[in-house]
Design a binder for this molecule. Sequence first.
Ligand code: GFB
Length: 333
Amino acid sequence: GSAILRKLKSDGYSNLVLRSHKELDLMRQTEVETFFKAEKPDYVFLAAAKVGGILANATYPAEFIYENLLVESNVIHSAYQTGVKKLLFLGSSCIYPRDCPQPMKEKYLLSGKLEPTNEPYAIAKIAGIKMCQSYNRQYGTRFISVMPTNLYGPGDNFDLETSHVLPALIRKFHEAKIREANLKEVASTLKSAWADAPPTSSERSERSLNACFVTLWGTGAPMREFLHVDDLADACVYLMNHYEDSEIINIGCGKDISISELADLIKDIVGFKGTIRYDRTKPDGTPRKLLDVSKLQALGWEPKISLRKGIERTYGWYVEEGAGYKAQGTREE
Ligand code: GFB
Protein backbone atom coordinates (compact mmCIF):
# COMPACT_ATOMS: atom_id res chain seq x y z
CA GLY A 1 0.00 0.00 0.00
CA SER A 2 2.68 2.52 0.92
CA ALA A 3 4.65 1.69 -2.24
CA ILE A 4 1.55 2.32 -4.40
CA LEU A 5 1.06 5.63 -2.60
CA ARG A 6 4.71 6.61 -3.31
CA LYS A 7 4.22 5.72 -6.96
CA LEU A 8 0.95 7.67 -7.32
CA LYS A 9 2.48 10.74 -5.69
CA SER A 10 5.61 10.59 -7.86
CA ASP A 11 3.43 10.30 -10.98
CA GLY A 12 1.63 13.48 -9.94
CA TYR A 13 -1.72 12.02 -8.90
CA SER A 14 -3.56 14.18 -6.40
CA ASN A 15 -6.89 13.87 -4.61
CA LEU A 16 -5.73 10.71 -2.85
CA VAL A 17 -8.13 9.45 -0.20
CA LEU A 18 -6.17 7.80 2.58
CA ARG A 19 -6.94 6.28 5.97
CA SER A 20 -4.59 4.58 8.36
CA HIS A 21 -5.53 1.28 9.95
CA LYS A 22 -6.22 3.18 13.18
CA GLU A 23 -8.60 5.59 11.45
CA LEU A 24 -10.55 2.96 9.53
CA ASP A 25 -10.80 -0.70 10.49
CA LEU A 26 -11.63 -2.49 7.25
CA MET A 27 -12.95 -5.49 9.19
CA ARG A 28 -15.87 -3.36 10.42
CA GLN A 29 -18.61 -3.41 7.79
CA THR A 30 -20.45 -0.30 8.99
CA GLU A 31 -17.25 1.76 9.20
CA VAL A 32 -16.32 0.73 5.66
CA GLU A 33 -19.79 1.53 4.30
CA THR A 34 -19.79 4.94 5.98
CA PHE A 35 -16.32 5.70 4.59
CA PHE A 36 -17.24 4.76 0.99
CA LYS A 37 -20.55 6.65 1.10
CA ALA A 38 -18.84 9.79 2.43
CA GLU A 39 -15.76 9.74 0.19
CA LYS A 40 -17.11 8.09 -2.99
CA PRO A 41 -13.67 7.19 -4.37
CA ASP A 42 -13.39 6.61 -8.15
CA TYR A 43 -10.46 4.17 -8.09
CA VAL A 44 -9.58 1.72 -5.32
CA PHE A 45 -6.33 -0.21 -4.72
CA LEU A 46 -7.15 -3.04 -2.32
CA ALA A 47 -3.70 -3.84 -0.90
CA ALA A 48 -4.86 -4.22 2.70
CA ALA A 49 -4.48 -7.78 3.95
CA LYS A 50 -3.34 -9.86 6.87
CA VAL A 51 -0.01 -11.17 5.56
CA GLY A 52 2.98 -13.08 6.88
CA GLY A 53 5.66 -15.66 6.17
CA ILE A 54 5.42 -19.41 6.20
CA LEU A 55 5.44 -19.77 10.01
CA ALA A 56 2.91 -16.99 10.65
CA ASN A 57 0.57 -18.61 8.12
CA ALA A 58 0.94 -22.00 9.78
CA THR A 59 0.54 -20.60 13.33
CA TYR A 60 -2.39 -18.21 12.86
CA PRO A 61 -4.57 -19.85 10.16
CA ALA A 62 -7.84 -18.61 11.70
CA GLU A 63 -6.68 -14.98 11.69
CA PHE A 64 -5.44 -15.27 8.10
CA ILE A 65 -8.73 -16.59 6.74
CA TYR A 66 -11.08 -14.52 8.92
CA GLU A 67 -9.43 -11.11 8.59
CA ASN A 68 -8.81 -11.39 4.86
CA LEU A 69 -12.33 -12.55 4.09
CA LEU A 70 -13.79 -9.65 6.07
CA VAL A 71 -11.55 -6.97 4.60
CA GLU A 72 -12.12 -7.99 0.98
CA SER A 73 -15.87 -8.61 1.41
CA ASN A 74 -16.39 -5.20 3.02
CA VAL A 75 -14.27 -3.25 0.54
CA ILE A 76 -15.43 -4.99 -2.66
CA HIS A 77 -19.11 -4.81 -1.71
CA SER A 78 -18.92 -1.13 -0.68
CA ALA A 79 -17.01 -0.33 -3.90
CA TYR A 80 -19.91 -1.85 -5.87
CA GLN A 81 -22.57 -0.06 -3.80
CA THR A 82 -20.99 3.36 -4.21
CA GLY A 83 -20.23 3.03 -7.93
CA VAL A 84 -16.42 2.84 -7.82
CA LYS A 85 -15.18 3.14 -11.44
CA LYS A 86 -12.40 0.59 -11.07
CA LEU A 87 -10.93 -1.52 -8.27
CA LEU A 88 -7.63 -3.41 -8.24
CA PHE A 89 -7.49 -6.39 -5.88
CA LEU A 90 -4.09 -7.75 -4.84
CA GLY A 91 -4.00 -11.54 -4.57
CA SER A 92 -0.91 -13.70 -4.13
CA SER A 93 1.09 -16.34 -6.01
CA CYS A 94 0.11 -18.87 -3.30
CA ILE A 95 -3.36 -19.14 -4.89
CA TYR A 96 -1.86 -21.63 -7.36
CA PRO A 97 -1.70 -25.37 -6.61
CA ARG A 98 1.29 -26.64 -4.60
CA ASP A 99 2.45 -28.89 -7.44
CA CYS A 100 1.62 -26.48 -10.23
CA PRO A 101 3.53 -26.77 -13.53
CA GLN A 102 6.23 -24.05 -13.64
CA PRO A 103 6.18 -21.23 -14.56
CA MET A 104 2.61 -20.83 -13.25
CA LYS A 105 0.13 -19.54 -15.82
CA GLU A 106 -3.03 -17.71 -14.80
CA LYS A 107 -5.14 -20.57 -16.17
CA TYR A 108 -3.77 -22.98 -13.50
CA LEU A 109 -5.90 -21.35 -10.78
CA LEU A 110 -8.02 -24.03 -9.02
CA SER A 111 -6.43 -26.87 -11.01
CA GLY A 112 -5.07 -28.75 -7.96
CA LYS A 113 -4.54 -28.92 -4.19
CA LEU A 114 -3.06 -25.90 -2.39
CA GLU A 115 0.11 -25.80 -0.24
CA PRO A 116 -1.06 -26.74 3.30
CA THR A 117 1.10 -24.17 5.16
CA ASN A 118 -0.85 -21.27 3.62
CA GLU A 119 -4.13 -22.83 2.48
CA PRO A 120 -6.42 -20.60 4.64
CA TYR A 121 -4.72 -17.45 3.32
CA ALA A 122 -4.83 -18.74 -0.26
CA ILE A 123 -8.53 -19.63 0.03
CA ALA A 124 -9.30 -16.11 1.30
CA LYS A 125 -7.39 -14.60 -1.64
CA ILE A 126 -9.17 -16.93 -4.11
CA ALA A 127 -12.48 -15.79 -2.59
CA GLY A 128 -11.43 -12.18 -3.28
CA ILE A 129 -10.74 -13.03 -6.94
CA LYS A 130 -14.07 -14.80 -7.27
CA MET A 131 -15.87 -11.84 -5.68
CA CYS A 132 -14.35 -9.44 -8.22
CA GLN A 133 -15.27 -11.74 -11.10
CA SER A 134 -18.80 -12.37 -9.80
CA TYR A 135 -19.51 -8.67 -9.27
CA ASN A 136 -18.24 -7.93 -12.79
CA ARG A 137 -20.51 -10.63 -14.20
CA GLN A 138 -23.66 -9.77 -12.25
CA TYR A 139 -23.31 -6.01 -11.79
CA GLY A 140 -21.05 -4.98 -14.67
CA THR A 141 -18.34 -3.55 -12.35
CA ARG A 142 -14.68 -3.13 -13.43
CA PHE A 143 -12.82 -4.99 -10.69
CA ILE A 144 -9.43 -6.45 -11.70
CA SER A 145 -7.30 -8.96 -9.77
CA VAL A 146 -3.50 -9.05 -9.89
CA MET A 147 -1.32 -11.84 -8.48
CA PRO A 148 2.04 -10.62 -7.19
CA THR A 149 4.95 -12.94 -6.54
CA ASN A 150 6.90 -12.81 -3.19
CA LEU A 151 7.48 -9.13 -2.42
CA TYR A 152 10.15 -7.26 -0.44
CA GLY A 153 11.29 -3.69 0.15
CA PRO A 154 11.14 -0.76 2.56
CA GLY A 155 8.35 -0.89 5.14
CA ASP A 156 8.41 -4.69 5.25
CA ASN A 157 7.91 -6.71 8.42
CA PHE A 158 11.33 -7.69 9.85
CA ASP A 159 10.00 -9.69 12.82
CA LEU A 160 11.88 -13.00 12.82
CA GLU A 161 8.84 -15.11 13.68
CA THR A 162 6.22 -13.63 11.37
CA SER A 163 8.13 -12.13 8.41
CA HIS A 164 8.81 -13.51 4.97
CA VAL A 165 12.20 -14.97 4.15
CA LEU A 166 13.91 -11.97 2.55
CA PRO A 167 13.48 -9.44 5.38
CA ALA A 168 14.21 -12.21 7.92
CA LEU A 169 17.55 -12.94 6.22
CA ILE A 170 18.50 -9.26 6.01
CA ARG A 171 17.97 -8.96 9.75
CA LYS A 172 19.63 -12.26 10.63
CA PHE A 173 22.78 -11.49 8.59
CA HIS A 174 22.93 -7.91 9.85
CA GLU A 175 22.70 -8.97 13.51
CA ALA A 176 25.23 -11.78 12.94
CA LYS A 177 27.66 -9.27 11.39
CA ILE A 178 27.39 -7.15 14.54
CA ARG A 179 28.00 -10.23 16.73
CA GLU A 180 30.98 -11.10 14.53
CA ALA A 181 32.48 -7.63 14.99
CA ASN A 182 31.87 -7.74 18.77
CA LEU A 183 33.52 -11.14 18.99
CA LYS A 184 36.65 -9.85 17.27
CA GLU A 185 36.80 -6.97 19.73
CA VAL A 186 36.35 -9.27 22.74
CA ALA A 187 38.97 -11.65 21.36
CA SER A 188 41.54 -8.91 21.05
CA THR A 189 40.96 -7.68 24.64
CA LEU A 190 41.12 -11.28 25.91
CA LYS A 191 44.33 -11.99 24.07
CA SER A 192 46.49 -10.88 26.97
CA ALA A 193 44.31 -12.76 29.48
CA TRP A 194 44.71 -15.87 27.35
CA ALA A 195 48.49 -15.54 27.39
CA ASP A 196 48.72 -17.69 30.57
CA ALA A 197 45.98 -20.20 29.73
CA PRO A 198 45.14 -20.03 26.03
CA PRO A 199 41.97 -21.83 24.93
CA THR A 200 42.45 -24.93 22.83
CA SER A 201 41.78 -24.52 19.14
CA SER A 202 38.57 -26.58 19.40
CA GLU A 203 37.33 -24.33 22.25
CA ARG A 204 38.14 -21.34 20.14
CA SER A 205 36.39 -22.57 17.04
CA GLU A 206 33.37 -23.64 19.14
CA ARG A 207 33.11 -20.11 20.56
CA SER A 208 33.40 -18.36 17.24
CA LEU A 209 30.97 -20.79 15.61
CA ASN A 210 28.33 -20.03 18.23
CA ALA A 211 28.61 -16.33 17.59
CA CYS A 212 29.19 -16.37 13.85
CA PHE A 213 26.51 -18.37 12.16
CA VAL A 214 23.08 -17.69 10.78
CA THR A 215 20.30 -20.27 10.95
CA LEU A 216 17.86 -20.55 8.06
CA TRP A 217 14.64 -22.50 8.06
CA GLY A 218 14.10 -25.68 6.05
CA THR A 219 16.60 -27.10 3.56
CA GLY A 220 17.46 -24.05 1.46
CA ALA A 221 16.29 -25.95 -1.64
CA PRO A 222 12.89 -24.26 -2.33
CA MET A 223 12.84 -21.87 -5.26
CA ARG A 224 11.23 -18.43 -4.97
CA GLU A 225 10.77 -15.41 -7.22
CA PHE A 226 11.17 -11.96 -5.63
CA LEU A 227 9.91 -8.56 -6.74
CA HIS A 228 10.70 -5.18 -5.17
CA VAL A 229 7.56 -3.37 -3.92
CA ASP A 230 8.35 -0.31 -6.03
CA ASP A 231 8.23 -2.49 -9.15
CA LEU A 232 4.96 -4.00 -7.91
CA ALA A 233 3.50 -0.52 -7.35
CA ASP A 234 4.60 0.52 -10.84
CA ALA A 235 2.85 -2.55 -12.30
CA CYS A 236 -0.33 -1.92 -10.26
CA VAL A 237 -0.67 1.66 -11.49
CA TYR A 238 0.12 0.49 -15.04
CA LEU A 239 -2.58 -2.20 -14.88
CA MET A 240 -5.11 0.17 -13.32
CA ASN A 241 -4.63 2.25 -16.47
CA HIS A 242 -4.24 -0.53 -19.06
CA TYR A 243 -5.95 -3.75 -17.94
CA GLU A 244 -9.70 -4.34 -18.17
CA ASP A 245 -10.14 -8.10 -18.04
CA SER A 246 -11.89 -10.09 -15.28
CA GLU A 247 -9.24 -12.82 -15.65
CA ILE A 248 -6.39 -12.64 -13.11
CA ILE A 249 -2.96 -11.39 -14.19
CA ASN A 250 0.43 -12.32 -12.68
CA ILE A 251 2.99 -9.72 -11.57
CA GLY A 252 6.56 -10.95 -11.24
CA CYS A 253 10.00 -10.76 -12.80
CA GLY A 254 9.93 -14.26 -14.32
CA LYS A 255 13.17 -15.41 -12.61
CA ASP A 256 13.58 -17.45 -9.43
CA ILE A 257 16.44 -18.50 -7.15
CA SER A 258 16.85 -21.07 -4.38
CA ILE A 259 16.66 -19.96 -0.74
CA SER A 260 20.32 -20.96 -0.29
CA GLU A 261 21.36 -18.79 -3.28
CA LEU A 262 19.31 -15.95 -1.83
CA ALA A 263 21.11 -16.42 1.50
CA ASP A 264 24.53 -16.25 -0.23
CA LEU A 265 23.50 -13.04 -2.00
CA ILE A 266 22.24 -11.34 1.19
CA LYS A 267 25.30 -12.54 3.13
CA ASP A 268 27.51 -10.91 0.50
CA ILE A 269 25.54 -7.63 0.43
CA VAL A 270 25.49 -7.36 4.23
CA GLY A 271 29.17 -8.33 4.49
CA PHE A 272 28.84 -11.22 6.93
CA LYS A 273 31.77 -13.67 6.88
CA GLY A 274 30.49 -16.53 9.06
CA THR A 275 28.64 -19.71 8.20
CA ILE A 276 25.04 -20.66 7.36
CA ARG A 277 23.17 -23.49 9.07
CA TYR A 278 19.78 -24.99 8.25
CA ASP A 279 17.07 -25.85 10.78
CA ARG A 280 15.35 -28.76 9.07
CA THR A 281 12.60 -28.92 11.70
CA LYS A 282 11.12 -25.82 10.02
CA PRO A 283 8.95 -26.24 6.89
CA ASP A 284 10.11 -25.68 3.31
CA GLY A 285 6.62 -24.94 2.00
CA THR A 286 5.96 -24.97 -1.74
CA PRO A 287 8.95 -26.45 -3.62
CA ARG A 288 8.83 -23.83 -6.38
CA LYS A 289 6.75 -20.71 -7.08
CA LEU A 290 7.65 -19.04 -10.36
CA LEU A 291 5.02 -16.97 -12.14
CA ASP A 292 4.50 -17.01 -15.89
CA VAL A 293 4.55 -13.29 -16.66
CA SER A 294 4.04 -13.46 -20.43
CA LYS A 295 0.58 -11.89 -20.19
CA LEU A 296 1.98 -8.87 -18.31
CA GLN A 297 4.96 -8.59 -20.68
CA ALA A 298 2.62 -8.64 -23.67
CA LEU A 299 0.93 -5.55 -22.20
CA GLY A 300 4.31 -3.81 -22.24
CA TRP A 301 5.37 -3.91 -18.58
CA GLU A 302 8.84 -4.95 -17.30
CA PRO A 303 10.38 -4.69 -13.80
CA LYS A 304 13.22 -2.18 -13.40
CA ILE A 305 14.91 -3.17 -10.12
CA SER A 306 17.35 -6.12 -10.16
CA LEU A 307 17.37 -8.43 -7.13
CA ARG A 308 20.85 -7.28 -6.02
CA LYS A 309 20.00 -3.57 -6.35
CA GLY A 310 16.65 -4.12 -4.61
CA ILE A 311 18.23 -5.94 -1.67
CA GLU A 312 20.97 -3.30 -1.39
CA ARG A 313 18.31 -0.59 -1.21
CA THR A 314 16.21 -2.53 1.28
CA TYR A 315 19.25 -3.25 3.46
CA GLY A 316 20.09 0.47 3.40
CA TRP A 317 16.54 1.27 4.50
CA TYR A 318 16.68 -1.36 7.25
CA VAL A 319 19.92 0.03 8.67
CA GLU A 320 18.65 3.63 8.52
CA GLU A 321 15.04 3.18 9.62
CA GLY A 322 14.08 -0.47 9.83
CA ALA A 323 15.39 -1.35 13.27
CA GLY A 324 13.17 1.33 14.88
CA TYR A 325 10.27 0.74 12.52
CA LYS A 326 7.17 -0.87 13.99
CA ALA A 327 6.84 -4.30 12.42
CA GLN A 328 3.46 -4.63 10.73
CA GLY A 329 2.88 -8.28 9.85
CA THR A 330 -0.73 -7.23 9.72
CA ARG A 331 -3.05 -5.08 7.67
CA GLU A 332 -1.76 -1.96 6.03
CA GLU A 333 -4.11 0.48 4.39
O1 GFB B 1 8.95 -16.18 2.63
P1 GFB B 1 8.41 -17.38 3.31
O2 GFB B 1 8.14 -17.26 4.75
O3 GFB B 1 7.07 -17.86 2.65
O4 GFB B 1 9.46 -18.59 3.14
P2 GFB B 1 6.60 -18.74 1.39
C1 GFB B 1 10.07 -18.92 1.92
C2 GFB B 1 11.09 -20.02 2.13
O5 GFB B 1 12.20 -19.51 2.87
C3 GFB B 1 10.58 -21.25 2.90
C4 GFB B 1 12.55 -20.42 3.90
O6 GFB B 1 11.10 -22.42 2.29
C5 GFB B 1 11.22 -21.04 4.28
O7 GFB B 1 11.40 -22.27 4.99
N1 GFB B 1 13.24 -19.70 4.99
C6 GFB B 1 14.55 -19.90 5.36
C7 GFB B 1 12.73 -18.76 5.81
N2 GFB B 1 14.86 -19.14 6.41
C8 GFB B 1 13.75 -18.41 6.71
C9 GFB B 1 13.48 -17.42 7.71
O8 GFB B 1 14.32 -17.06 8.53
N3 GFB B 1 12.23 -16.86 7.70
C10 GFB B 1 11.27 -17.24 6.78
N4 GFB B 1 10.06 -16.63 6.81
N5 GFB B 1 11.50 -18.20 5.84
C11 GFB B 1 4.46 -17.39 1.83
C12 GFB B 1 3.05 -17.72 2.22
O9 GFB B 1 5.03 -18.59 1.53
O10 GFB B 1 4.54 -16.59 0.69
C13 GFB B 1 2.17 -16.57 2.18
O11 GFB B 1 3.08 -18.34 3.49
C14 GFB B 1 2.38 -15.66 0.99
O12 GFB B 1 0.88 -17.06 2.15
C15 GFB B 1 3.84 -15.40 0.70
O13 GFB B 1 1.77 -16.19 -0.14
C16 GFB B 1 4.07 -14.64 -0.58
O14 GFB B 1 7.09 -18.19 0.10
O15 GFB B 1 6.89 -20.19 1.58
